[in-house]
Structures are given as structure tokens and as C-alpha cells.
Design a binder for this molecule. Sequence first.
Ligand code: PBG
Length: 331
Amino acid sequence: MTASFPALRLRRTRTSAWSRALHRETRISPADLIWPIFVTDGQGVEDPVASLPGVSRWSVDGIAARAKEAVSLGIPCLALFPNTQPERRSEDGREALNPDNLMCRAIRAIRDAVGCDVGVLTDVALDPYTSHGQDGLIDPAGYVLNDATVEVLVGQSLNQVAAGADIIAPSDMMDGRIGVIRAALEAGGHGNVQIMAYAAKYASAFYGPFRDAVGSGGLLKGDKKTYQMDPANGEEALREVALDLAEGADSVMVKPGLPYLDIVRRVKDRFEVPVFAYQVSGEYAMIEAAVAAGAGDRDALVLETLTAFKRAGCSGVLTYHAAHAARLLGG
Ligand code: PBG
């Protein structure tokens, strides 16, 4: 039951800043953010990513410094992505299993720098390690093999956990991988390691700058449409989420972010579990391009988009703007 105009004037509560603050339904804080960062080889290296202005690949010492920055900004979690040295990429991506690969060295450096004051989320998929840029093992026709890939992903996950990863985040979209990884974690005595499933990951045109950043873009022939989802599908996303939850995921992710807020809301309403969204590289690049073109204010665009994720039902957001947003939010 509501009044009608003029007894009801919805502008009444909007007349002053204090009143708008009092009536605000959604709030964001640095604690809502996961900061994706790129690791590169060497010492003292900061290597800017041309297609992601303001984002760099850091050598392991720089990753430790980013971890300290995250702690001081109140960002609870880092997501790591390696730019594997070209000579370490192979048809089968076996570098993913190397206990001294860039990811594992970065995880250990974070632990040394900040202990357990920040969570470490690690991506599970083979694309930063394969010479063909696909997320899994391929057959002679180039088709990405499901079950054989899952076996390698289990080894990759255990390798990351041995180095100290807190959250395993499979981004590969193979069928059945969450259950197998969960069973391996349990069997290995890692019952408290979380799994954040990239459950609804779309075959998107918004990943281009990320592929530059990890060096897989130039290698990739074709696309990832035989495993990543068709952007036209919503019901199928709910089936993906249902399966990953049943197999033992602690939280689920929708990716990309803004173009898929309807999926976030449907997942949240249907399953009532922690949902995260990844505001991906192409989304970051669009905001930065708008700012560079004088078409928008960075701070306002960043905060408005992050608020939209929370309003849609997200527990948190992976965003390359994390450090900037945390500073804006007073972290
Ligand atoms: C790899 C992976 C991708 C992203 C995260 N993990 C790219 C892809 O699937 O090709 C994209 C992130 C971004 O664009 O910011 N499995």
C-alpha cells in the first residue's frame, strides 16, 4: 500500500546529501574488491600493458609490494595471472605443474610479504602456459579435450595450493572439473581451500586486453566457443551454476560483468549463494578509453559500475580498478 502524489513525492528524500546517504540501499567498500594482477619474470620489472592503460605486469618482488598495498587499502584478495616466459609454453602447458613457475613464486612472495593478511586467488586453466593459447589440451583438429584437460587442471590446482593459494578459481569451463578438484583437495588434506568457480563464463569479445597481458592473444587461433558459453544464453548459465555448486564450489562467478548483470541477479535469486562478477579487461579498457576521450569522469564511472554490481547481487567484484576504487573509498 502506498500513497499517491502529492502525498507521495519520491524526490523528497533526495533533496540533500545527508538524506541520500541515509536512504542509500547499496554500499561498496574496499572489502568488496578482488584485485587481478599480472606476474612477469625478472627482478624490479614493471611492464605496462599497452591495451590496459594504468595496468602493469610486475615481477615477483613487485607482486609482494602490491600485496602490501592491498593490505593498506583494505582489499582482501588478489587474483594472480602469469605472463609465462615464451620458452616455457608448450603444446601441453606442463609449466602449469612446475612448483617454481611464476604463479607459485608470486604466491610465496605474497606470503612472505604479508602473511595471511590477504587472500590469494589463483586462476586454473592452461591458456597462460600453452603454445596455442587454448585453456586445455587439444586434439589434432584443435578441439579442446575435456576429460584429459581436467586431469591436468587437478595437478595445476594442487600445485597452486602447495604454494599457498587460498581460493582455486577454475576459469577453463571444462565439464566436471569442480567435483574432481574438490575431491583431490579433500584427499590431499586441503579441506579448507575454497573453490570459486568461473561458473558462467561467456565466450566474450571483452577479453582481448587480458590475452595481451598474459601473452596468449597472439598465439590463439580461432576462438573458445566450444567451451565458453554463448552470450545469448541465460538458462544455461543457471545449469552451469547448479552443477558447480553441486560439485562443491563455495562461490560462483559470472564473467564478463556489466553486460551480464541479468545473469548475476538470476543466479543470486535462484541459489542464494555468494556470487562474484569479473569486470573484465575490455570493460576496464572501455572506461579508460572514455576517460581519455573526455567522455566521462573516471572516478564516477568506476564507483557507479561497482555499485551496479553490488545492487545486482554480487558479494564482490574482480576489477582492475580495485586499488583506485579502494583509494576513492577511503581505504
Ligand atoms: C583464462 C582467463 C581469461 C580471463 C580470465 N581467465 C581469458 C580467456 O578466457 O580467454 C579474462 C579476464 C579479462 O579479460 O580480464 N582462462
